[in-house]
Design a protein around this ligand. Structure first.
Ligand code: ZN
Length: 269
């Protein structure tokens, strides 16, 4: 009789993931995104549970668990991106558990929770760029996988808004370099899709390091339909069609041209 296959991660991938989290923690402190992470000394477990959770933190026993069920649906690279995002919730934002996000929604509303996720997405991408050598296209290829893994026809507006917010924040970070003087600079985009139906634009709150401002993103109803397609009709899109659509949408929204180098790279996909 064949031995049943071990579920979850291989030992090698498990070790690599722990090494990545330690490296990410060091990078956060070095970039002054977190002051001191000496309190993040939890023991790490990576069980396989066929349940809908990704990270659980037990502060009393100083233990963090990452559910490896996603690994069966995705690549290891994608899983790593998800775990780094989750770790940011724990180490920097201190909202590691599902109850924490419910509490934030109750206390401060859904918009704030959306922003917290966009911020975690942003710093995950920045880490992948700076430490793992990712370019925008490779990174969006991971998003393609994510859209396939979390494929859901009944899209909720909030989820689509987070998707657009993260996409704009990340594209801007990759394509518009900041001056060397600034250690970290960022613009986090918090969009609402409601006005697209009446005004052909998306309203967006931009959170800069220095201040917050209100902006508008030109987006026709058709643009909106196209970007929505990337989220819900992903089965009909190739990775090339997907990445191309996302980059076109973001560059139009950010009022920049798609850089030639980026376009060439898309054409080669
Ligand atoms: Zn999250």
């Amino acid at each position: 009789m064949a031995k049943s296959k071990k579920r979850g991660l291989t030992k090698k991938n498990e070790d690599e993931l722990i090494q990545t989290l330690n490296d990410f923690a060091g990078w956060l402190v070095k970039k002054k995104i977190a002051k001191n992470l000496s309190n993040i000394d939890h023991t790490v477990e990576m069980p396989f549970a066929n349940e809908d959770w990704t990270m659980k933190v037990d502060e009393k026993n100083k233990n963090v668990s990452f559910n490896t069920f996603l690994v069966e649906k995705s690549s290891f690279k994608y899983y790593k991106m998800v775990i780094v995002h989750e770790f940011f919730h724990l180490a920097v934002q201190r909202v590691p558990n599902k109850e924490d996000s419910t509490r934030i929604k109750d206390d401060f509303g859904e918009e704030l929770m959306k922003l917290i996720d966009i911020e975690a997405d942003f710093f995950t991408a920045l880490y992948f760029k700076e430490k793992l050598g990712y370019g925008l296209i490779d990174y969006l290829k991971l998003y393609y996988e994510g859209s396939r893994v979390f494929y859901d026809r009944r899209i909720r507006g909030v989820k689509l808004e987070r998707f657009i917010g993260s996409l704009l924040s990340i594209t801007k970070m990759f394509l518009i370099p900041v001056s060397k003087k600034e250690d970290v600079a960022w613009d986090l985009y918090l969009p609402t899709i409601n006005p697209v139906y009446t005004e052909e634009s998306l309203h967006v709150l931009v959170i800069r390091r220095e201040h917050i401002y209100l902006d508008e993103i030109k987006a026709s109803y058709q643009d909106f339909v196209d970007i929505k397609k990337c989220y819900i009709n992903i089965d009909k899109l190739s990775v090339k069609g997907y990445v191309d659509e996302l980059i076109k949408f973001s560059c139009r929204a950010l009022k920049i041209e798609v850089p030639e180098k980026v376009q060439n790279e898309i054409n080669l996909l």
